[in-house]
Design a protein around this ligand. Structure first.
Ligand code: ADP
Length: 539
């Protein structure tokens, strides 16, 4: 049996206490061989793992210990050993080692030449049991076979190459495993995404370094997105989860190109929508400007028109009263026609003026405490004369003890008169019209009921719009311009009330509006804020 170099061993121990500590404390198999391959020293982990006692192995040639290595593999190990003796390190060399009981272990060997007086005297062998790790890798390969996800193993270097790709790559990207195995991933990754990938790899390297230092088996999983060139040269978006697995990185990817493209389309549409929204907003501002100009124009012109109209009416009445001299019966009739039409014209101008004031928010409201009994009686008396022309009876029904309201009396009167006027207009001869008022919770509810022709359901909202009339063109036999109800609506809204109609065609209509009992503060300012004519964009 050849002798081993005791002197060298002693030197080793004496000079490197720390190393000894590391040597014995390591969980990896560690042994020192002399230049013949004889075992000079083996650590605890090595003994524990192999099942041999120190006596059984010390001084033996490593690869000649019976049963430990397969004979046919020995030349391979010998080559590595000789190579180390020339001064080269070997890292990550895989070999199968059987323990004393005959169980095989997959070992990742590294060998280091140790010099003494500048001459290589020993070889340090470190062996890592990677059996389990390799088993897991095998499992992944197996999973890769059956999953539609793209499973790949790449080497853990700064320029990773494929070591395994699942068959699913062919279906998704057109590559057979042999198109990719051994190639660098960067041959396929979009240059822009390469940066991110490098960043990740560097992070992995630092994690790996930490792992080596601390001995902690920290698992690192990262998600990333990148473009990968398929076999026909198109870029596909991949969403990948990467796991560090020893010397390799396991990547499980999914092709998300379709989803990405759909998202791009959505973004594009959103951008387009934003643009057109901006355009609409601009147009809206312009329209509002135009509208203001129109309202101002209307209010100025109609005001200017009313002044001469009063003079005309005044002189006409003087002529009719014959204060300016006698007139013939024929002249009187002609003057009456002129006066009637002038009054109609004046009313129309008055309505246009009201509309423009409501639209521009310049209508003046003068709230005052109002006795509703008195107000409604006055209205029915005023309206009775025109009702008489059709033999229509106006009934008034006001709940006892109805509270007083703080309202612009003139304007609310205008609303009620307009409703009664319409009721007369659309009622047959000898009909009845009911005016009612009662308290309803915090409001007073007003009603004007007729038994006329009624309003079709689909028109019941529309009639409150400016210039809207149910009858159009030739059917217009009732006169009017379709402004009365929109003015009424504006006035009621300004008082914080609501106006609507309930009607059955052929049976009649009941126009209703309510006003809050609580006096409104700051009626004009509030009024300016509401959009009475629905000019603002509705959803
Ligand atoms: P005008 O009466 O001057 O046409 P309004 O705004 O007061 O304008 O009314 C708008 C339209 O609503 C009328 O043209 C008519 O078609 C319908 N309408 C109003 N009141 C009644 C009613 N009491 N019965 C039936 N239809 C009515």
């Amino acid at each position: 049996m050849p002798k081993y170099n005791t002197y060298g061993l002693v030197m080793l121990i004496r000079s490197e206490d720390v190393k000894e500590l590391l040597f014995q404390g390591s969980s990896d198999l560690m042994l020192y061989l002399d230049t013949f391959g004889r075992i000079l020293k083996i650590n605890k982990a090595g003994l524990a793992f192999s099942g041999f006692s120190e006596e059984e192995v010390i001084g033996k040639i490593f690869w000649k210990i019976p049963g430990v290595f397969l004979k046919r593999n020995v030349p391979k190990y010998l080559k590595v050993f000789k190579n180390t003796l020339t001064g080269k390190e070997t890292k990550g060399f895989l070999g199968i080692l059987n323990d004393k009981s005959g169980k095989a272990h997959l070992i990742e060997f590294s060998t280091y030449p140790i010099k003494e007086n500048r001459k290589i005297k020993y070889v340090l062998v470190i062996g890592k049991d990677v059996s389990e790790q390799k088993e897991t890798e095998e499992k992944y390969r197996l999973i890769g076979k059956y999953t539609s996800d793209l499973v790949a193993l790449v080497t853990f270097t700064l320029n990773p190459t494929f070591t395994y790709v699942s068959p699913s790559h062919e279906k998704v990207l057109g590559y057979e495993p042999r198109d990719l195995i051994g190639k660098s991933i960067f041959d396929f990754i979009h240059p822009v995404d390469k940066k991110n990938m490098m960043f990740l790899l560097k992070k992995y390297v630092s994690v790996k370094a930490k792992k080596l230092l601390t001995g902690k088996n920290r698992d690192v999983t990262e998600s990333l997105e990148f473009r990968f060139k398929d076999k026909s040269g198109n870029w596909r978006y991949m969403e990948t989860t990467a796991n560090m697995m020893g010397k390799e990185i396991l990547a499980v990817s999914r092709d998300v190109t379709e989803r990405k493209q759909a998202m791009k389309e959505v973004y594009k549409t959103v951008e387009k929508l934003k643009k057109s929204q901006r355009k609409i907003e601009l147009q809206n501002i312009q329209l509002k400007k135009l509208d203001r100009i129109k309202s101002n124009f209307l209010s100025v012109t109609s005001h200017e028109l009313r002044t001469p109209m009063s003079a005309i009416k005044g002189y006409m009445q003087m002529l009719l009263k014959q204060s300016l001299g006698e007139i013939t019966e024929e002249q009187k009739q002609a003057l009456k026609v002129i006066l009637r039409n002038t009054t109609r014209l004046d009313n129309l101008i008055q309505d246009i003026l009201d509309i423009s004031r409501l639209e521009s928010g310049t209508m003046k409201f003068l709230p005052e405490q109002t006795d509703l009994q008195k107000m409604i009686r006055e209205i029915s008396e005023t309206m009775q004369s025109s009702a008489d022309l059709k033999n229509i009876k106006i009934n008034v029904d006001i709940e006892k003890g109805i509270p007083e309201l703080t309202i612009d009396q003139g304007r609310i009167k205008q609303v009620l008169m307009n409703l009664v006027n319409n009721a007369i207009k659309f009622s047959p001869q000898r009909a009845v019209i009911n005016i009612r008022a009662k308290r309803e919770e915090d409001n007073v509810l007003f009603e004007v009921q007729d038994f006329g022709r009624g309003i079709p359901k689909d028109k019941q909202e529309k009639i409150f719009e400016t210039f809207y009339q149910v009858e159009s063109g030739k059917n217009m036999k009732f006169g009017g311009a379709g402004l009365g109800l929109s003015i009424s609506r504006g006035i009621v809204l300004a008082h914080d009330g609501r106006i609507w109609v309930e009607s059955t065609p052929g049976k009649g209509s009941t126009f209703k509006f309510n006003l809050p009992i609580q006096p409104m503060m700051d009626i004009e300012n509030k009024f300016k804020k509401i959009d009475i004519f629905g000019l603002e964009l509705k959803e």
